[in-house]
Design a protein around this ligand. Structure first.
Ligand code: ITT
Length: 205
């Protein structure tokens, strides 16, 4: 089954392929990175649906999209949906991380709790058999990965905020994990775990 993944982020594509390849080999994930619709939703789910809806409408194929970010407890869940542009549009991962580290510099270890969140939206266009007024199927699944924020960046694997995120139960950052170790426990892996029954129900014969 062919399914498009609407993203500009190659790291997400790599993680999707590794996570799903192991679990659902019958799915062929094809990257789709046309100009994105405006992500003006106020939740991860809303933004993931905006991206997946546009891709499904443009391709006529089932579409997946991922909206994700880092939610810091003392910041009331920020950066959250603003994670990709925390230091400003186009400033990049290093600037985003450095700003967050600066903002949290005075906090004690016990106040540095955070979670990565990932919401994956699946939009399946209505089939021809479904009649002219049929709506697409829209489903979402979320995964959370608890941890805390390091005091400086460590590690070269992964992407984004991985070098400053210490997963619960570990003493290394997510960027010091191998891809296999990250994909075995990450917010993205958990979101997929929750999405698999929905995929089986809607796109996998
Ligand atoms: P698309 O919208 O094109 O998919 P994007 O990178 O802009 O790509 P988001 O809008 O969902 O994606 O922003 C996600 C932000 O959260 C971005 O800053 C990422 O670096 C960060 N992020 C998401 N998942 C992450 C992960 O597994 N590890 C580290 N950082 C992550």
């Amino acid at each position: 089954v062919r399914i498009v993944l609407a993203t500009h982020n190659q790291h997400k594509v790599d993680e999707f392929q590794k996570i799903l390849g192991a679990r659902l080999p019958e799915l062929e994930i094809v990257r789709y990175d046309r100009p994105e619709p405006v992500e003006d939703g106020v939740t991860f789910a809303a933004n993931a649906l905006i991206k997946a809806r546009a891709a499904a409408a443009q391709t006529g194929l089932p579409a997946l999209a991922d909206d994700s970010g880092l939610c810091v407890d003392v910041l009331g869940g920020a950066p959250g949906i603003f994670s990709a542009r925390w230091a400003g549009h186009g400033k990049g991962d290093v600037a985003n991380r450095d700003l967050l580290l600066d903002q949290l510099a005075d906090l004690h270890d016990e106040d540095r709790g955070a979670a990565f969140a990932c919401t994956i939206a699946l939009v399946v266009p209505s089939g021809e058999h479904a009649g002219p007024d049929a709506e697409p199927i829209e489903l979402v699944a979320t995964g959370l990965w608890r941890g805390s924020l390091a005091r400086s960046s460590r590690g070269a694997n992964g992407f984004g905020y991985d070098p400053i995120f210490v997963p619960e139960g570990l003493s290394v950052t997510a960027a010091e994990l191998t891809a296999e170790e990250k994909n075995a426990r990450s917010h993205r892996a958990l979101a997929f775990e929750n999405l698999i029954p929905l995929l089986r129900m809607s796109v996998i014969p």
